[in-house]
Design a protein around this ligand. Sequence first.
Ligand code: ADP
Length: 266
Amino acid sequence: FNTIPLQGSARDELYDLTETFNRMIGRLEESFWKQQQFVSDASHELNTMLTIIEGYANMLKRWGNEDQAVQEEAIQSIYEETKRMRKMTRQLLMLASSQQSTKLNLEPVNMVEVCQQVIARFHLINERTIRLHASPGAKDIEADRNKIEQLLIILVDNAQKYSSQVVDIFISGKDGEVTVAVKDQGIGIPQHEIKHVFERFYRVDNSRHRKTGGTGLGLPIAKSIVQEHDGLIWIESEEGEGTTVSVRLPVRPAPGPAKKSGEIRC
Ligand code: ADP
């Protein structure tokens, strides 16, 4: 800079370039630290599960032969924790793949049909009632069917996990958008926690949710699927009254690579 005298516009251009470069480095650093944090959180979660399994295996080794109750408790807990671990590794893979993939497998998707399929899947697992309320305005959307199914499974699974009552699904559509709301009458989410539940591994109360087999990855995956489809996801909840998670998707997502900037309202 000292040896080459720069004239007005060249200096401005160089200044702009340096600014852009600094911003890019800043973004790269931020994404690097986020990845580091993610790997560290995932390792921590998996390590906790292994510690629990190890603890029960030790219990089994020491007292399992003499005490039938201890034996049963240890085996059941090892089984539950292994199931959770399997679920978490599957979800981690899902998150990683949704972060890498740039293209959605778009096809016409009828939301009512997908909801009916998801309800049928849940009926195979349990007998709980899920009611579907569809308004006639809901059109087919251009979407990745597998991902939309995955999204609904996450929301219905949560609604059932955190309530013991009936779950309602509402589908409506207008102005080139379709909205799906999954409503439960369960434990609800405290107001100050709502904004955090889309963060990876966040659970409102760890101890309360260990029993439910939760991983804290369901809503982050749901958020990433909605963002890929150019949509919105938001939560309304009242502690002790219930929770409604709503998703609004455009009938046709804007062309271009997968989006990562979709708004989330809480
Ligand atoms: P998890 O596997 O723990 O359910 P999620 O990412 O799906 O993870 O949800 C994060 C947290 O948000 C849950 O642990 C729970 O505390 C809260 N949550 C999500 N859905 C509901 C719901 N329908 N009712 C009450 N709490 C919920």
